[in-house]
Design a protein. Structure first.
Length: 85
């Protein structure tokens, strides 16, 4: 999978671009989410997300959605999903 190349830290834009198939679409999504400013610079929120690995972001999403502790989740790189242990 193309997205498997961009699993590490500081690869937020590259990973999303690989997932959606377009760098410009990825940038517009990140701007809409508040991760990038209108000029394309990382916001504080974007910097925090960019400093995370793909695993950390998936676990963070799942934890926020459920309200459960991050330690209760395990990550599946193949599906990019975090599930309860």
């Amino acid at each position: 999978m193309e997205t498997q190349r961009f699993m590490g830290r500081n690869q937020l834009v590259k990973r999303l671009a690989a997932q959606v198939g377009s760098n410009s679409f990825a940038i517009s999504l990140l701007k809409k989410r508040g991760d990038l400013t209108s000029s394309g610079d990382l916001t504080a929120k974007g910097s925090k997300r960019n400093a995370m690995t793909a695993e950390e972001r998936a676990i963070d999403r799942a934890s926020k959605e459920s309200g459960k502790s991050k330690t209760q989740y395990t990550y599946n790189a193949r599906t990019n999903r975090a599930t309860l242990i």
